[in-house]
Design a protein. Structure first.
Length: 189
């Protein structure tokens, strides 16, 4: 029933997609998280193979050259992120549905690749002002990085029509219930 299905979550940074994905994974559904690869060094408390597959820039580029990625993107100069085909195959071999937490470009590319086998979910904040408040509340953004993220968010929100469903994350509990229903409907069709 679930064979070779994927669920994709994309959103601007700060919209709440990771919270929704974590909640969904706690529901006992036949889902397994796809760990992305990246070319950056691990942050404090990040573990290779759990948070990301951490690759050197050289190794990442070699995997691009050998077509090892389902999708990849150079998010910032020499800062690559992508989805290894081997990760998707590993999850399917475990009899699970792959769940992705990826940026908007990655989500669109994965949806194009899998078509009807994929449910593409776009999570959006109720407004850009609310997104700004959330990002400021994290206490991790400089004025410059905040402006860069907000500019990118506006461009990403403009692409939401490329997704199957749009979840407005105004209230996390409501958004969680909506996501559970939509994903269950997809898994059971």
């Amino acid at each position: 029933m679930y064979s070779r299905k994927v669920v994709i979550f994309s959103a601007p940074s700060g919209a709440g997609k990771t919270s929704l994905v974590r909640h969904l994974l706690d529901q006992g559904l036949p889902l397994e998280f796809s760990v992305s690869a990246c070319s950056r060094s691990p942050r404090v408390n990040e573990q290779d193979g759990k948070d990301y597959h951490f690759l050197s820039l050289k190794d990442f580029k070699e995997k691009i050259a050998t077509d090892a990625f389902l999708e990849w993107e150079e998010v910032y100069e020499d800062m690559f992120y992508g989805t290894l085909k081997s990760e998707v195959e590993r999850i399917w071999e475990n009899g699970k549905v792959v769940i992705f937490d990826v940026d908007v470009v990655g989500g669109i590319n994965i949806k194009k690749h899998f078509g009807e086998q994929a449910l593409a979910v776009f999570v959006t904040p109720p407004s850009i002002d609310e997104l700004k408040n959330r990002l400021q509340g994290r206490g991790t953004e400089t004025t410059e990085s905040l402006q860069k993220r907000l500019g990118k968010a506006e461009a990403e929100i403009a692409q939401q029509d490329a997704f199957d469903i749009v979840i407005v994350n105004d209230d996390l509990d409501t958004a969680c219930q909506e996501v559970i229903k939509k994903v269950n409907d997809f898994l059971n069709n």
